[in-house]
Design a protein around this ligand. Structure first.
Ligand code: URA
Length: 255
């Protein structure tokens, strides 16, 4: 047995490990897609202007002075606490979900319930930890009964998200589910149509204006819990993100 078969075995082991983490049971019939440049041309992404310590400070100020006391919409009446999001203030990768649920509202942390546990496994399958990325939501308060956010709530709250992203300046964004993708891309297209390719997220909030960050829309972990057969597609989306970040892909040889 030579080095090549050792590498193949290692690649297969990594792929099976990623499948195990994500709970993907079937073995793919088709081979992994060929290596491709992940995103469309990057549109003038800024050179990072702040240190990690400054980014942490800026995020802390935004949370303490504006988000925690926010009463811009009626969600503030019912919340236990706001959920700002957490992770690395200088993360290369940011995940954006919809809104806190019951557990998130109780703990003050994003994605800590059942959907959050699957997100943790998705991040681990990418070879990363939650501490290395940043995880947040479009809304910082829980909609009662986990109902869908209203357009007015998204309008009131999304400037906080935009400011978080402007501070973190990630290299890539993953929008988890339709509300996050539609808000960040200012589109009404369905998640099924949006996923599977990179889009440009404009830091200015206006399409075509100023620097942009590649954004991958994918299925929300709560949807994947209800529809496990779709995990394979979400994993394909995350592998495109991994390629863009230069992370090793399980089952693919590097070099
Ligand atoms: N669903 C979300 O969109 N966000 C969370 O933080 C938890 C569940």
């Amino acid at each position: 047995m030579g080095r090549d078969s050792d590498l193949t075995r290692e690649a297969l082991r990594q792929q099976l490990e990623a499948d195990r983490l994500l709970g993907i049971k079937s073995v793919p019939i088709s081979p992994p897609p060929p290596r491709q440049p992940g995103a469309r041309a990057r549109v003038g992404r800024p050179v990072r202007s702040a240190t990690a310590a400054e980014q942490a400070e800026q995020l802390g100020v935004l949370d303490e002075t504006e988000v925690k006391g926010c009463t811009q919409c009626t969600l503030s009446d019912a919340r236990t606490q706001t959920v700002f999001g957490q992770g690395s203030p200088s993360a290369r990768l940011v995940f954006v979900g919809e809104a806190p649920g019951y557990e998130e509202d109780r703990q003050g942390l994003a994605f800590v319930g059942r959907a959050g546990q699957l997100l943790t496994r998705m991040i681990a399958a990418m070879g990363l930890t939650r501490e290395q990325v940043f995880i947040c939501n479009v809304l910082k308060c829980r909609p009662p009964g986990n109902r869908d956010p209203s357009a007015a709530e998204i309008l009131a709250c999304s400037p906080f998200l935009r400011r978080q992203l402007a501070i973190i300046e990630p290299e890539v964004l993953v929008a988890l589910g339709a509300p996050a993708a539609k808000t960040l891309l200012n589109t009404s297209e369905s998640i099924g149509k949006l996923r599977g390719r990179f889009h440009d997220y404009y830091l200015s909030g206006t399409t075509g204006e100023g620097p942009a960050i590649p954004l991958m829309p994918t299925y929300h972990p709560a949807y994947l819990l209800r529809n496990p057969a779709e995990k394979r597609k979400a994993w394909e989306d995350l592998q495109m993100v991994m390629r863009l970040l230069g992370l090793p892909i399980p089952g693919e040889m590097s070099g």
